[in-house]
Ligand binder design. Structure first.
Ligand SMILES: [Fe+2]
Length: 277
């Protein structure tokens, strides 16, 4: 097998072939994959047959495990969660809003790995928006406008008892655990250099960002305008899933969101997160 990469031709994302991730990889191969990951932000590895042990081992090739607040792990695993929707589920799709995973933590996860087990024939694409391009595409005066802004992140709109996944979110198969701890806030700079490449990016978006410090206008107006900018089609890669694909993305440089369109069909993926370096 020859290790190959094929860029998506979109704003980010690439497909990697010629590798069997159920087997242990040498340091040189992991270094190559890490370089591609930093360049393309989202890597897809199709045609993989991975156990949860394999998924955990691959994750550890790229760092420590991060934590997953508000979602219980699958039985017998500490670091694997199930992103699941049963065929008869009718509630809102999980994570169908732009975000960077757990950006409300003091140390958000560097990356996320998602392995597809059951995938509907249509629908359920995942969208990724390249936030390095979103930053570099801003005119100088808009960069100056955002450069020193501090964003206030919180999980409260999603995971507090009164939140979107709180006490009124009935009938969901995922093991979401809302908590008053979701009320906590965390400050991050809106514009951050990538810790490995130095390339600046917009970090986070409306949803987990609940306030902005350093903007004259109301935060809600700023965040709506910013979100519209961040998620333009020209910054987006659409990932169409097939079963047995591992996708690994960089939360420091992309936003992502789930999409629906598969009512009546089951969907199951297993997920891990990579802690900060
Ligand atoms: Fe997510």
């Amino acid at each position: 097998m020859t290790l190959k990469i094929q860029p998506s031709g979109q704003a980010c994302g690439a497909t990697v072939t010629g590798i069997d991730l159920s087997q242990t990889q040498d340091a040189a191969t992991i270094a190559t994959l890490r370089g591609w990951w930093l360049q393309h932000h989202v890597l897809a590895f199709p045609d993989q047959t991975l156990s949860d042990d394999d998924l955990e081992r691959v994750t550890r090739c790229f760092g420590q495990f991060s934590v997953d607040p508000f979602i219980a792990p699958i039985p017998g695993r500490e670091h694997v969660i199930a992103v699941e929707r049963k065929a008869d589920e009718t509630g809102p799709i999980f994570a169908e809003a732009w975000h960077s995973d757990w950006s409300f933590l003091a140390t958000p996860p560097d990356g996320t790995l998602l392995y597809s087990i059951t995938i509907p024939k249509t629908g359920g694409d995942t969208l990724f928006a390249n936030q390095q391009l979103a930053w570099s595409g801003l005119l100088a005066d808009r960069q100056a406008h955002y450069r020193d802004v501090i964003a206030v992140h919180s999980a409260r709109r999603a995971y507090s008892p009164e939140g979107f996944y709180g006490k009124d979110d009935a009938g969901r198969s995922m093991t979401i655990r809302p908590s008053v701890s979701a009320e906590a806030v965390q400050h991050h700079r809106l514009v951050r250099p990538h810790p490995e490449t130095g390339r600046p990016a917009l970090f986070g978006c409306a949803g987990y960002i609940v306030d902005l410090e350093g903007c004259a206008r109301p935060a809600s107006e700023e965040l709506e305008e910013l979100l519209n900018w961040q998620t333009q089609d020209r910054f987006v890669y659409r990932h169409r899933w097939e079963e047995g694909t591992l996708v690994m993305w960089d939360n420091r440089s992309v936003l992502h969101k789930a999409t629906g369109g598969y009512d009546g069909h089951a969907r199951l993926l297993h997920r891990t997160t990579i802690g900060a370096m």
